[in-house]
Design a protein around this ligand. Structure first.
Ligand code: NAP
Ligand code: G4F
Length: 355
């Protein structure tokens, strides 16, 4: 067991909640930054803050926001973390086209605020930055590794590119132990409902349960390297345990289309689908009944798309001993079975709605 203290921004998100669990189990004192919200935003960490949880006295939450530097300085001075995990972000690529300035404010300048707070307070802490495979955008080589040139394709990715470089700059200029984890897509039962994998798992489960007839999607042909979030959390931690600060790709080195994710999801629940038509007129139908279950809505197309991502994680394997355990088929099964059981039990359909 360790005596260390960690600070997590974005603790209420998918990754933050798994990381908090992971660190608490290792004996860390964990501080998390939460945003004030008019509705409750702590559903993913409720089980950790409950007094029934053996670790709840080791977990401390602080109100804060990456757009407010004064609170970052205060939180650092109060908590003196050994390790900081900067996971907070406006993390939705399509939404970043709607709110580009805010996305830059949080994802780019927010990272600078954090690094500068470390410098100002002179607190000795290791810093992990949630970098992303979206940096590769219009990919310059396949697969992508730490040396592949960046070619970002959205306000989100461009903001994250600033964050990537400012982390490197503070490492070199001020000798900070600051690292980028360039993570490819990772999903789970806790994935936000407006990301495509979770949107599919919820809707497919709802259709098979007879709660919903059809759902709408955008580009079915983009390819992603999808892994399982808990595997990637361990990778984040290993990056900060290495004796030298560095940048690492974490991925599965396997990619699939959105279309394949849908087909596999139906298969998990004993159904098959077939496709008919082209472009925005394409439909997905159940093989058993011919019923239309998927249609295309151009609202979900992005102004600029990232067509293909495939990560080469050999550096992380060699230097950190990290490898993903869960691959595509198991990931789909975990997500679809989880949503099927949850929706069946609660008898409600959590409709992903407008994104
Ligand atoms: P997520 O579920 O969307 O969580 C984002 C977290 O950031 C939430 O806790 C959110 O708070 C918080 N947040 C948003 N804006 C904030 C602000 N202005 N100030 C403070 N906190 C703020 O994202 P995730 O999937 O866990 O991803 C974690 C990080 O990894 C993100 O930086 C993301 O960009 C990056 N990343 C993710 C993936 C992936 O596939 N999941 C891949 C590469 C990189 P609320 O709960 O209040 O909204
Ligand atoms: O699930 P997505 O929204 O994830 P995306 O854009 O790959 O971004 C995620 O992964 C990044 C790592 O590469 C992270 F940095 C980022 O924070 C986030 O976690 O979309 C995946 C693909 C896209 O090509 C999109 O066009 O699915 C396509 N898609 C098709 N229909 C859809 C939909 N995406 C969403 N969200 N909703 C749809 O209806």
């Amino acid at each position: 067991m360790t005596e260390k203290t960690a600070l997590i921004s974005g603790i209420t998100g998918q990754d933050g909640s798994y990381l908090a669990e992971f660190l608490l189990e290792k004996g860390y004192r964990v501080h998390g930054i939460v945003r004030r919200s008019s509705s409750f935003n702590r559903g993913r960490i409720d089980h950790l803050t409950s007094d029934k949880n053996i670790f709840h006295q080791q977990l401390f939450l602080h109100y804060g926001d990456l757009t407010d530097s004064s609170n970052l300085n205060r939180i650092l001075e109060r908590t003196h973390p050994d390790e900081i995990y900067n996971l907070a972000a406006q993390s939705h690529v399509q939404v970043s086209f709607e709110i580009p300035e805010y996305s830059a404010e949080v994802d780019a300048i927010g990272t600078l605020r954090f690094l500068d707070a470390i410098r100002e307070t002179a607190i000795v802490s290791k810093f992990y930055q949630a970098s992303t495979s979206e940096l590769y955008g219009k990919v310059q080589e396949i697969p992508q590794n730490e040396n592949t040139p960046f070619s970002p394709r959205s306000p989100y990715a461009i903001a994250k590119q600033y964050a990537y470089w400012i982390v490197k700059n503070y490492r070199e200029a001020y000798n900070l132990f600051a690292c980028n984890g360039i993570l490819f897509n990772h999903e789970s039962e806790r994935r936000g409902e407006s990301f495509v994998t979770r949107k599919i798992s919820i809707n497919v489960a709802s259709i098979i349960l007879g709660i919903k007839d059809t759902f709408l999607l955008g580009n079915l042909d983009s390819k992603r390297d999808w892994g399982y979030a808990p595997d990637f959390i361990e990778g984040m931690w290993l990056i900060l345990q290495h004796d030298k600060p560095d940048d690492y790709v974490l991925a599965t080195n396997e990619n699939h289309t959105v279309r394949e994710f849908i087909e596999e999801s139906f298969k998990v629940l004993g159904e098959e689908i077939f496709w008919e038509g082209k472009g925005i007129y394409e439909k997905g139908r159940l093989k058993s009944t011919g019923k239309e279950v998927i249609a295309i809505d151009s609202r979900y197309f992005r102004p600029t798309e990232v067509d293909l991502l495939l990560g080469d994680y050999s550096k992380a394997k060699e230097k950190l001993g990290w490898e993903p355990k869960i691959k595509f088929k198991d990931l789909v099964r975990i997500m679809v079975e989880y949503d099927f059981e949850r929706i069946k039990k609660n008898n409600f359909n959590s409709d992903p709605g407008g994104i």
